[in-house]
Design a protein around this ligand. Structure first.
Ligand SMILES: Nc1ncnc2c1ncn2[C@@H]1O[C@H](COP(=O)(O)OP(=O)(O)OP(=O)(O)O)[C@@H](O)[C@H]1O
Length: 323
């Protein structure tokens, strides 16, 4: 990626350069720092959910081992793009050929998305790892360690990355806003976390898109991800339950046009709101609505008309409210 693009994308701009800048993943960072201290390490396997810092940790480890010049000693490959094991073999061969200088006696090959390789390709990879072990260490990155064949797993020290916690994600987003001089609101940042879970890459991308609309408010966040504000969904449910069927239907139409929502988008959001403490309705009502949503969802997926089905759902809610 060119330096210019990296500067434009906040995920790259704010990617920690050194291990000590990583957010959370304390156990992992502590063990990696030991390798830096000893200037030695085995092959490594990083596994865990997307956007939790696996690639970042691999690059930061290289930075801390080799210093500012680290890129000379690192070969980054994407196992799923450059699928052919022959490509990997020839690139690694070429890379491992030149001698390492300095006090770290090996270079590093980072193989991203290693779990997308077929078992055969992994067998070939294992042989490559053995062949160049004198001069090269591999860092394999995967979402699922279980998809990596046993012989490779047993040759690697395994590191498990965990989903980042809410306070970690929100804290990091707040810090980025400060660096960028962007105004952010607490509920906007929390909404980002709700949408992206502990995936910090996704969170930072949403943050940047929302900031481009001015401020990071909850409505800008929902706008950029193409979802309705949960409050608006709850209002529609409440309108229907209180018998204001026509008004509920008009609001729903408006919402779908504004946010470009499909029938299943609406149902998914309604389904989420049914479990929200902010929707003040008795539990037996939640049970019935959840049941209706399931039925309507099935009909839409089977090809029934979005508008007719959503209107039917609102009609049922209106009748329920009249019980
Ligand atoms: N633990 C973390 N500390 C600080 N920033 C992080 C962390 N995890 C992720 N990020 C941010 O998210 C971006 C993506 O992270 P990274 O590429 O390391 O994810 P990954 O775990 O390798 O994900 P994937 O499995 O999708 O490749 C980074 O550029 C960085 O800005």
């Amino acid at each position: 990626m060119s330096a210019k693009i990296a500067e434009l994308l906040w995920v790259e701009k704010y990617r920690p350069k050194s291990l000590k800048e990583m957010v959370n993943q304390e156990e992992v960072v502590k063990r990696l720092m030991k390798f830096v201290e000893e200037k030695n390490m085995p092959h490594l396997l990083f596994a865990g959910p997307p956007g939790t810092g696996k690639t970042t940790a691999a690059l930061a480890l290289a930075h801390d081992l080799y210093g500012e010049d680290w890129r000379r000693y690192v070969l980054e490959l994407n196992a799923s793009d450059e699928r052919g094991i022959t490509v990997i073999r020839s690139k690694v061969k070429e890379f491992a050929r030149s001698k390492v200088s300095g006090d770290v006696p090996f270079k590093i090959v980072i193989l991203d998305e290693a779990d997308n390789m077929t078992a055969d390709a992994q067998q070939a990879l294992r042989r490559i790892m053995e062949m160049y072990v004198e001069t090269t260490r591999f860092i394999l990155i995967a979402n699922y360690a279980s998809k990596i064949i046993d012989p490779i797993q047993s040759r690697c020290a395994a590191f498990r990355f965990t989903q980042l916690k809410k306070e970690d994600v929100v804290g990091r987003l707040e810090w980025i806003c400060k660096q960028e001089n962007v105004t952010c609101h607490g509920d906007g940042l929390e909404a980002i976390y709700e949408i992206s879970g502990g995936d910090l890459r996704k969170s930072i991308n949403i943050l940047q898109a929302a900031a481009a609309l001015g401020e990071v408010t909850i409505s800008n966040v929902y706008k950029v991800v193409g979802l309705a504000h949960p409050k608006e969904i709850r209002e529609i449910i409440n309108l229907a339950l209180s018998g204001k069927f026509i008004e509920a239907r008009d609001r729903l139409r408006e919402l779908m046009v504004t946010y470009g929502l499909s029938g299943t988008d609406v149902l998914r959001q309604m389904h989420r709101e049914i479990f929200s403490a902010d929707l003040k309705i008795p539990e037996d009502l939640r049970v019935m609505i959840a049941d209706y949503i399931g039925e309507i969802h099935f009909r839409i997926v089977e090809g029934s008309d979005d508008e007719i089905q959503l209107t039917a759902l609102l009609a049922r809610l209106s009748l329920l409210g009249k019980r």
